[in-house]
Design a protein around this ligand. Structure first.
Ligand code: AMP
Length: 223
């Protein structure tokens, strides 16, 4: 089964994914994290990598054909290693074309998929993203107030890094705007029965409970 975590940047997808990994043993595939890892491990002079790095730096989106080919290849790999597990897909689809490719992939593999649509007031997102850091040890994202010493709530490490695209207000604005532009067309593409709306405006634990209630039902029905 593929569970799509859909929501704007800063809506808590990464944090909730950590919790879902712990509670249900899902395999988490974040396209943004995957691309960042690919770029840091790859040859910087590769023209494809250079282009992808430039797009990510500006807060734009990688063209459908390129991202889809990378994502489907990695999904195949994950699926062959973990055939019975739930794959939690975070950051894809981000266009109607990508949504169509995902549906085709699931149909060809006989896989169920559901979408958790995390809704958050867009006005609060800039602030959340400016205060967000990632743990250098386990990569989980979390927020830190400006004078606080960061401690990762998932593994306890106090080594953190700040993503380049979380550092610049203009880039954050671009990412939120791009989500606003595409979210309706992506959600409209899916059958309503597959989309579950989660109110993501509350504290992390309340949102966790809302997501758990939905995931518990999938697990009861499908496994
Ligand atoms: P994220 O970590 O999900 O915020 O993604 C970081 C960046 O990776 C985005 O701003 C895009 O440049 C790129 N990216 C990630 N997923 C996709 C996607 N599905 N389609 C196009 N670009 C993507």
């Amino acid at each position: 089964m593929i569970l799509v975590l859909f929501g704007p940047p800063g809506s808590g997808k990464g944090t909730q994914a950590e919790f879902l990994k712990e509670k249900y043993g899902v395999v988490h595939f974040s396209t943004g994290a995957y691309l960042r890892e690919l770029l840091s491990s790859g040859k910087s002079e590769d023209p494809l990598f250079e282009r992808i790095a430039g797009i990510m730096k500006s807060g734009g989106l990688i063209p459908d054909e390129e991202i889809t080919s990378l994502v489907l290849r990695h999904l195949e790999e994950l699926d062959s290693k973990n055939p019975v597990k739930i794959i939690l897909l975070d950051g894809y689809p981000r266009s109607r074309g990508q949504a169509g490719s995902l549906v085709d992939f699931c149909e060809s593999k006989g896989k169920e998929f559901f979408v958790l649509d995390i809704r958050v007031d867009l006005a609060a997102l800039k602030e959340r993203l400016m205060s967000r850091v990632n743990c250098s040890s386990c990569n989980a994202p979390f927020s830190v107030a400006s004078k606080e010493t960061p401690v990762c709530p998932f593994c306890g490490s106090n080594e953190v890094f700040k993503r380049n695209d979380d550092n610049d207000e203009a880039v954050i604005g671009e990412r939120i705007a791009s989500y606003e532009n595409i979210s309706l067309e992506v959600l409209n593409f899916f059958d309503n029965k597959r989309v579950f709306i989660i109110d993501g405006n509350s504290d992390i634990n309340t949102v966790k409970d809302r997501i758990s209630k939905v995931v518990d039902v999938f697990i009861k029905e499908k496994f």
